[in-house]
Write a protein that binds this ligand. Structure first.
Ligand code: SF4
Length: 387
């Protein structure tokens, strides 16, 4: 028996390891057993096997810019520090298309390939605000991909603003230039958990229906999990199962992007933030359970780049992107930087023994592995904020 076999046996994981090495699907019960394992390195060993089977030694990142068009929102999710109610003037913002396009163009000229944009559920902005905004991005930055809106925003736009079916709303947004949906708003799917952390927000079924419709239109999206608040590990497995089931049906998810609840300036501040151990454990188990997902992304905005770097050995194969001006997590107390340079992302990947490659919105690799030391992508300025 090898050293690793004896460790797996000591943790009662021989049967699960056999399934992992045999590329067989894990059951919910097996995922729950993994959440009871206290030896993080055993989980990492198994998750890394799947990570390398699917993605070899490559770790990707994207040159992107985060934009938030408005934080005015008719909901008051208990975990949210970003939103302001329509009557709450202090701290409220709404940008017009000119300002958002100006910011997009600035970053586009420095090499970004994607705008990632979400906002609150604004009660008054007309549907044309959203379509005109996307068109403005596309006219000004022709090759830019627009990844925007959570499934919750899409339902809001469809039901309250455009007053059209979900499919027609998505088609109109796609006609305007929308390339991908974001994965936000999923939180934890269990209805009792939703009642405690985001009362009034759309249900799991409603969230999944938007992504199903988008995928049926031939499009792709990401999905998320907001963990580390009131949920149990069974709730997390239930969440992953629903994502895995939709992926079986549509194959439309590019990646899972899990992130932990940030506890400042919101109604759940008493809960605190989960540990680094929990972050890595959750990423590793997601990698092991989601056999039909190609990619697991470490959201360094939540983890911090040092832990995201470690996560590259715990099932993760993607470090998200440059981001540049994140607001949502930072308004909830995140202490990480608001953006990363390409050089920092590539250095983190190389130090972890992986090969950095820039990707696009759909997780397709944009170039070949570069020799160490050559960290500036072609087309990027050496003085720009992104490098
Ligand atoms: S999480 Fe989204 S929907 Fe909920 S209050 Fe914040 S902005 Fe509004």
């Amino acid at each position: 028996m090898s050293f690793m076999d004896s460790i797996l046996a000591r943790h009662g994981l021989t049967d699960i390891a056999d399934k992992v090495f045999g590329a067989q699907r894990l059951t919910d019960a097996e995922a729950l057993r993994l959440y009871d394992v206290k030896d993080l390195n055993v989980l990492g060993y198994l998750a890394n096997h799947v990570r390398e089977r699917k993605n070899g030694n490559i770790a990707t990142y994207i040159l992107n810019l985060y934009l938030n068009y408005s934080n005015v929102c008719i909901l008051s999710c208990q975990f949210c520090a970003f939103a302001r109610r329509p009557h709450e003037k202090e701290g409220q913002f709404t940008y017009d298309a000119d300002e958002l396009t100006r910011q997009a163009k600035l970053a586009y000229d420095q090499g970004i390939t994607e705008i990632h944009m979400v906002g609150g559920l604004h009660p008054k902005l007309p549907f044309s605000y959203y379509t005109d905004l996307i068109k403005s991005f596309k006219t000004t930055c022709p090759n830019l991909k627009v990844k925007a809106f959570t499934a919750i925003e899409i339902r809001h736009l469809a039901e309250r603003i455009a007053k059209k079916p979900i499919r027609e709303t998505l088609e109109l947004l796609r006609e305007a230039g929308l390339n991908s949906l974001t994965g936000g708003g999923a939180e934890i799917f269990d209805p009792e958990v939703r009642d405690q952390i985001c009362r009034g927000k759309e249900s799991a079924g409603e969230w999944l229906e938007v992504h199903r419709t988008w995928h049926q239109m031939g499009e792709r999206s990401t999905c998320t999990m907001l963990y580390g608040h009131v949920e149990t590990t069974a709730h997390r497995v239930d969440h992953l199962r629903r994502l895995r089931e939709l992926q079986d049906e549509t194959h439309g998810f590019t990646a899972l992007v899990p992130f932990a609840f940030e506890p400042e300036h919101n109604k759940l501040s008493h809960l605190g933030r989960v540990s680094a151990f929990e972050d890595l454990r959750n990423l590793a188990i997601a990698r092991l359970y989601l056999d039909n997902f190609d990619h697991i992304t470490a959201y360094w905005i939540s983890l911090g780049l040092p832990l995201a770097q470690v996560a590259l050995s715990y099932g993760v194969d993607d470090l998200h992107g440059t981001i540049h001006q994140e607001k949502i997590f930072h308004m909830a107390g995140s202490q990480t930087p608001q953006g990363q340079t390409v050089a920092n992302l590539e250095r983190a990947i190389r130090e972890a023994g992986r090969i950095p490659i820039q990707r696009n919105t759909f997780y397709q690799r944009l170039n070949e592995p570069k020799p160490a030391g050559q960290t500036v992508p072609s087309g990027m300025t050496k003085t720009g904020v992104l490098v």
